[in-house]
Design a protein around this ligand. Structure first.
Ligand SMILES: [Zn+2]
Length: 346
């Protein structure tokens, strides 16, 4: 049996949703993570400080008493965002970052930004006060092929923002392409990226092999193997510009297995086991701590966690629950398509 002890991890991108789903999924994250950045794409979205405070209260109620877990709240950027209030919320410490969704890019993003020029004054304010900008980096132009939307976003929108505001702290979230890896590497220290376990585990074949697989559908969509390899290489290298943002995104199974299935993969339950297995398979288990516990907090100017966790490698595959049951509905847990031998020592 193999064992490694690492600083307790943080997850820099989670979706907790609300109400019964929130109650069911928060413990799956708070069990193993010390902190998480919580996405604001509820219906209606979190656009004010008051809404963020109220949402945080609901999240805190769902954290089991035995877990020490801190949610960091975000504001959903719209073209009509009030700059003064955003600045106040950041300075008060109630809101940690702002999230940019191009309108229509993913689940509940209809109120997102259509014209980036309209929010440039807001981004200037954020750069001045050091508030991080989190970006879903895909264009939403229907004429652009779905597999090319991230690359197109780099060339147009991201380059536009970076040229004007190189001092703005940006996290390009859930990157999926080799072009994003290069773009981040060639940029200054203010531009970093998060990577999900599912984009490290799967390529786009996983959507179609043997039939359509709605549970592997997420946005940005899975890409070719060449891109997955680029993500693996950079994540397992220890490069400080890349860190975990799981993008764990619960949907009821019936909403994914429908005529128009929702995008999102729920991975909170086995996230760390999947990552440990991938890093181990690529002979880089010694770099896991950088990816899940160090690089993100360093970028956000936070201290690393004082607590630690121990991961154990078993001789036999570790089995996880396949789904969370909520009343008569279920949320399917991510299937990475590989055997998992790593688990967290309780
Ligand atoms: Zn997300």
């Amino acid at each position: 049996m193999e064992e490694i002890k690492i600083t307790k991890p943080d997850d820099w991108h989670v979706h907790f949703r609300d109400e019964i789903i929130l109650k069911a999924v928060v413990p799956e994250t708070s069990r193993h993570f010390a902190r998480a950045i919580v996405m604001p794409n509820l219906i209606p979205p979190i656009v004010t400080e008051t809404q963020a405070i109220e949402y945080k209260k609901r999240i805190k109620k769902a954290i089991p008493k035995t877990d020490k877990f801190k949610p960091f709240m975000t504001i959903y950027l719209t073209e009509t965002v009030n700059r003064k209030q955003l600045k106040e919320a950041y300075n008060n410490g109630t809101v940690f970052a702002a999230k940019l969704y191009p309108a229509g890019a993913t689940t509940n993003s209809d109120s997102g930004v259509k014209d980036i020029k309209k929010i440039m004054p807001t981004l200037e304010t954020m750069a001045e006060i050091g508030m991080p900008l989190l970006i879903h980096g895909e264009v939403t132009d229907k004429a652009i092929d779905i597999f090319d939307r991230e690359k197109k976003f780099l060339d147009t929108t991201l380059e536009f923002i970076r040229q004007r505001l190189p001092q703005l702290k940006i996290t390009l979230e859930h990157i999926t392409t080799k072009e994003s890896v290069s773009y981040i590497n060639e940029s200054n220290k203010n531009l970093v990226a998060s990577i999900t376990p599912h984009h490290l585990a799967l390529n786009r074949n996983a959507l179609f092999v043997g039939g359509i697989k709605p549970h592997n559908y997420c946005l940005p969509i899975l890409k070719r193997e060449i891109h997955r390899k680029a993500l693996i290489n950079v994540a397992t290298s220890g490069n400080p510009k890349f860190f975990l943002g799981s993008d764990t995104a619960p949907h009821f199974s019936h909403d994914k297995e429908s005529e128009c299935g929702c995008a999102g993969i729920f991975n909170a339950t086995n996230c760390l086991s999947v990552l440990a297995q991938i890093f181990d398979n690529y002979k880089s288990i010694d770099k896991l701590e950088n990816f899940v516990s160090i690089n993100g907090s360093t970028h956000y100017g936070l201290k690393k966690n004082k607590q630690s966790i121990t991961l154990i490698k078993e001789y036999k595959p570790v089995l996880f629950k396949k789904e969370l049951l909520i009343n008569s509905n279920s949320i399917k847990v991510f299937d990475p398509g590989i055997k998992l031998f790593w688990k967290i020592k309780s």
